[in-house]
Write a protein that binds this ligand. Structure first.
Ligand code: NAP
Length: 331
């Protein structure tokens, strides 16, 4: 462990950036050093609240600061590509919010940029690093539920219909597949250790022409199926079941931020709980710091290839449900 703290800089001090800054307070060896906003005053207000040393009124200025060790990109999805690229080109390692980009073409270019600049890049799929999922992994690896055959999961809530908000706004990459379904897809991939072969889907677009409810069946090479819905029109149970030939695992709500999981196997039921040290983001931050300090360009637990294949899948699902963003049409 190095003695000097790892100094993070945030791009886009909005809602999720607060959660990152809160989590950093419990990360051993990591501090919030700088904040960059499109408006200096917003950066300053955030820095004051979280005791960051530096505030910048542009993203470009912050990535040039030699004391920034890594950048957390926390802007809405359509800006992930340009903000991450800016950081990578300045030689700054990047932890970028999910989804990594809005489509696979952008993800592919970003991954290539990370590799050619020899700079770390990771999609912030924090769920994978949560303590209770390490217990789930153990149960799976120990064969406690036999061969996994079926996953079912929901990610949904009734959102306030604020049509300018990121959730509904097509210009901000709105819609539920990219925002919520990315978890159902990524955690299914994590459980099964493989990418989906094919899928069937239905999506309901609302008045802003983004998907408000999307249902997907994913089929995997080993014959397993992952069935999920994501929506912003109705509160769902937001859990995940993993069914195998010898039992099942229940990942308690919300499955993307669980602190409990139950194993049902051999006629017995075992519930395990693992609370967060702070809010759950601390584990992905620690993973990023460890990888960066080891000289890795990607996390073995959230590798580029898996992010890319999920973006490709979401591209194909979007094509079927007719969801094309305005900024994609202009290209
Ligand atoms: N991991 C999770 O649990 C989780 C939860 C929620 C969201 N997210 C992800 O985090 C990202 C940000 O979500 P959020 O809800 O935090 O977003 P948000 O609050 O709406 O926006 C974040 C910040 O992005 C900056 N920004 C840059 N260009 C912008 C533009 N054209 N319009 C609006 N804002 C712009 C703004 O900061 P400045 O203008 O001050 O620079 C804004 O405060 C999304 O990609 C989302 O998927 C992850």
């Amino acid at each position: 462990m190095e003695n000097k703290p790892f100094r993070w800089g945030i791009i886009g001090p909005g809602r999720i950036a607060r959660k990152f800054a809160d989590a950093l307070t419990v990360v051993d060896g990591g501090i919030l050093y700088a904040v960059a906003s499109r408006e200096l005053e917003r950066a300053r207000a955030f820095s004051n609240k979280y005791q960051a040393e530096k505030s910048f009124g542009s993203y470009a200025e912050m990535v040039e600061d030699p004391d920034v060790d890594g950048v957390y990109v926390a802007t809405p999805h359509p800006f992930h590509y340009e903000n991450s690229l800016l950081s990578l080109k300045a030689g700054k390692p990047v932890l970028c919010e999910k989804p990594l980009t809005v489509n696979a073409a952008e993800a592919d270019q970003l991954i290539k940029a990370a590799r050619s600049n020899k700079t770390f890049l990771m999609e912030a799929m924090w769920t994978r690093f949560l303590p209770v999922l390490q217990q789930v992994r153990q149960w799976l690896d120990d064969g406690r539920i036999g061969k996994v055959k079926l996953l079912t999961s929901t990610f949904g809530f009734r959102a306030a219909r604020e049509l300018e908000d990121r959730a509904f706004n097509p210009n901000l990459g709105g819609g539920v597949l990219l925002d919520l379904g990315v978890y159902n897809i990524s955690i299914s991939q994590w459980v099964l250790g493989q990418d989906a072969l094919s899928f069937a889907t239905q999506g309901i677009l609302g008045e802003t022409k983004v998907d408000e409810l999307t249902a997907v069946n994913l089929l995997y090479e080993n014959g397993a199926v992952s069935q999920f819905t994501c929506n912003m029109v109705s509160d769902t149970t937001n859990d995940m079941y993993v069914y195998g030939t010898e039992g099942h695992i229940y990942i308690h709500p919300q499955f993307w931020r669980p602190t409990a999981a139950t194993l049902v196997s051999g006629g017995q039921e075992t519930m395990e709980t693992r609370s967060f040290r702070k809010n759950g983001f601390e584990y992905q931050i620690e993973e990023a710091i460890t990888c960066i300090r080891s000289g890795l360009l990607e996390s073995p637990r959230m590798p580029h290839a898996q992010t890319l294949s999920n973006m490709q899948l979401m591209d194909e699902i979007r094509a079927q449900i007719g969801l094309i963003y305005p900024f994609e049409k202009q290209k």
